[in-house]
Ligand binder design. Structure first.
Ligand code: UT7
Length: 325
């Protein structure tokens, strides 16, 4: 059974913050942020704009682009690390868009989440279990930032991206490779840190609270620049496609310098890398589907072209998918 990406959609909050705003908050500069990361502004969700709402907006855009009714969706996979509900927000999303016949569940794989979710969806279509699947990558990282930590607070933005995948004679997903190295987990975390505890005799049962994001930027940078080109090469090799045959690379938008270094290692022109960091910063699980949607809606990517998607981030996790658009 072939798996085809029928449509894309995305959404970001209206409110945005430019780099210079941070100059009054922390010791930084627009120059440092733009030259070290490529980011110029990021969109941030106010308290009235939930993760579920952002995901629903992106989903509705993808559903109307595919001309598919919510009731025709069999499965919703929501990739997020920042659900409104720790039990998962896919059910809230299902209710919000009225996809009443679908199973809905979350996947947590940080910035690789959308890649993992798309591969998961493809398995369900290929086995004939489901016909139409809504795959969403959405994150509100702003809710989990320590705004006085200059090494992380300038990086992240909020957003959501979605695709509808369906069974088809045409096959879009030619190959994939997903990886995890849990030994490197401490380099990027959002840890549960008990602040209070209930005493049962001598035993303390901790209350759940989460810390803000902590990141060893240098280590994550080195990991991305080393592992991402290697997983892309392996993935392309497995499906007998040469690097020169790839029309576009849509990678997780973490840092323009990371994308430049990866392009260098792959010996490809940077013009083949689709980037939108300048406008959105790092939107975690949303970054790949957001960039994919923009490239699709602007007709940058064309039917028949070969596209490589690749994600990397906390876990540490990374992975690539080779698509025929
Ligand atoms: O999506 C998940 C995956 N995440 C990533 O891929 C992020 C990967 N890492 C990065 O993108 C980069 O490591 C950062 C953008 C986070 C940092 O850039 P860097 O070039 O690696 O900077 P650095 O950490 O080596 O810091 C260089 C200097 C330090 O000062 P000293 O020690 O040289 O005096 C930092 O304290 O820059 C300082 N610095 C800042 N200065 C101004 C760190 N953050 C800032 C800041 N403004 N916002």
């Amino acid at each position: 059974m072939g798996v085809h990406i029928l449509s894309t959609g995305s959404s970001v909050p209206n409110f945005s913050v430019e780099n210079h705003y941070f100059e009054d908050m922390i010791e930084t500069s627009d120059h440092w942020i733009s030259t070290r990361t490529g980011i110029k502004k990021r969109h941030l969700a106010p308290s009235s704009h939930s993760l579920t709402q952002l995901a629903a907006e992106a989903s509705n855009n993808a559903l109307s682009a595919a001309n598919i009714k919510p009731a025709d969706i069999d499965l919703i996979i929501l990739a997020t690390s920042t659900p409104d509900d720790l039990f998962g927000s896919a059910s809230q999303l299902q209710a919000e868009i009225g996809a009443t016949s679908s199973l809905a569940f979350d996947i947590t794989a940080a910035c690789s989440g959308f890649i993992v979710a798309l591969v998961t969806a493809a398995q369900f279509v290929q086995t004939g279990s489901y016909d139409n699947i809504l795959v969403v990558g959405a994150d509100t990282m702003s809710r989990w930032i320590n705004w006085s930590d200059r090494s992380t607070c300038i990086l992240f933005g909020d957003g959501a991206g979605a695709v509808v995948v369906g069974k088809s004679a045409k096959n879009s997903i030619l190959g994939f490779k997903l990886c995890t190295d849990g030994q490197l987990n401490s380099h990027l975390q959002l840890m549960n840190v008990p602040l209070e505890a209930q005493q049962f005799g001598v035993t303390e049962i901790p209350q759940g609270h989460y810390n803000s994001i902590t990141m060893n930027g240098k280590e994550v940078y080195k990991f991305a620049v080393f592992q991402v080109p290697s997983v892309i090469k392996e993935c392309l090799n497995n499906v007998n496609i040469s690097i020169d045959e790839v029309d576009w690379f849509i990678l997780h938008q973490a840092n323009t310098r990371i994308l430049e270094a990866i392009a260098n290692r792959l010996s490809i022109p940077f013009s083949k890398m689709i980037t939108n960091l300048e406008h959105y910063g790092n939107t975690s699980a949303a970054s790949i589907p957001l960039a994919l949607d923009e490239a699709n809606r602007s007709d940058k990517i064309q039917p028949g072209q070969i596209i490589v998607l690749a994600g990397f981030g906390a876990g540490l996790t990374w992975g690539a998918i080779v698509l025929k658009w």
